[in-house]
Write a protein that binds this ligand. Sequence first.
Ligand code: UDX
Length: 516
Amino acid sequence: MPKRIPTQSLKGSETLTWYIPKMANEIESKRFLGHVMVVPYSTVGHSNPLLQFAKNLASKGFLVSFVSLHFDHSRMVKAREYLQRLSHGGPGLVQLEWIPDEIPPQVPRDHHIHPFLFHHMHNTMTGHGLESLLLRFNASPNPVSCVVYDSFLPWVPKIATKLSIPHAFFWTQSITVFSLYYHFKNVEKWDGERKLPETCNVPCLGEFKIGDLPGPFHREQDLKVRKVLDFFVDLESVTDASWVLVNSFEELETEALEYMKRLVRAPVITVGPSIPSAFLDRRNPEDTRFGAGADPWAGSEGTIRWLNSKPPLSVLYVSFGSITSVSPVQIRELAAGLERSQHSFLWVIRPPQGHHDLSALMPPGFLERIEERGLLVEWCVQLEVLSHPSVGAFMSHCGWNSTLDALCSGVPMLTLEVWTDQLTNAKCVEELWKTGRRMRKGEDGVVPMQEIERCVRSAMEEGVEFAEARKNSLKWKETAKGAMMPSGSSDVSLSRFTQELLAAIGTHWNSGQRIQ
Ligand code: UDX
């Protein structure tokens, strides 16, 4: 067993893996195709797809250094043994590294996303720790050939450029959402002040009502809309990237991909769905988690046992991702609507910020009345739940990863979108892929209990509308699987990236110069 080192005792960009003799020997004795550094934005919705991408790259023979900010490393490091075990089958390896997070001591460092952390990771980090880490690697037998960075971290490509290392921009949301941001910002030159028309026509994407655009476009009450847009998507660095990687697949977003390819100079590489292999192509059946142990909340043991006791397609799975907060009023309406529907449900719910007692947010006596047919947990392994035969539908906030999880599991959706890309994803679910329906909100922005009851009944009792959604979901499940299989669209696309990367490494070795 590797010796455990408390993270607090590590300084600067020291790396945990280098404290594990077995691992260090393994790295030195292996001949990797190249060394890629992957830098995620430190939230679950971003680190999950990037960690999966890192594993897929390792399976092609690369050494991949997955670099977390220090405050998130204690979560990520729990995935270490799992990643080592997975890597043993193939030539490549994922190693976990961390760099200082530059967070002032008075700011709480936990995995609940604190507004300061959000802003800090995007705007104020200098990334000096990343520079030191890259320099140290460059003096080692495995210099870094490419830095893949989350598009929300604009300081990373600046450091890579300074050190003349090629870099790839990784977009974790949908291609449609990227194209909308890019179109309005760079083609329409929309500055956040001008009022957008109620309906807009976007090349290749067609007609979008303003309410279907990502959150920053119509949160006019924020007034600093432009700032919000910049805050979420700094698209400047895409222009210097050698590649643009996206967590989607060609068949799912054909038209949007066509537009994106026209918008950006660099090759667009579709690498998705970035989902553990056991739930998709099964090329590696042992790959059953993004990073086992790195799930942020423990304590959903018994969930699968509970699902096992339910008939096929009889349970509604309800979850709103890892950071999206549903208001107390909406929680109450949800509880009442779920109860009125009379259907079984598994609800992933954590108290919203400032509330500690969940039962106080529920209608009186709710928890006792639903005991037989409702299970409330703080967290579950979502893909395991969605692939369980008892689960019949998924009520979701439509985060991009949850949307892909549903498509890849063949489970139709009821959407309760809250902010950011979720509004656009929900439109695509209902209108483009036809794998579910949006629940209608009242004027106060809350979906009332009656609408919830009606939608849950329609989904679980499978009216004509939902039979179609289930059929389409199952079709997308097969298409998604096909994209990741050998010679599938994303597999071919990833191979293109690795071949171009190898060519770049070859150029570097031959000429002593890195290419941009
Ligand atoms: C955030 C944004 O809210 C979302 O809109 C954006 O697309 C990505 O960043 P998040 O809210 O966490 O993400 O949602 P989502 O994108 O759906 O990611 C959640 C991840 O956590 C998924 O990979 C899902 O499989 C996993 N998950 C979630 C669990 O494993 N268990 C749970 O109980 C809930």
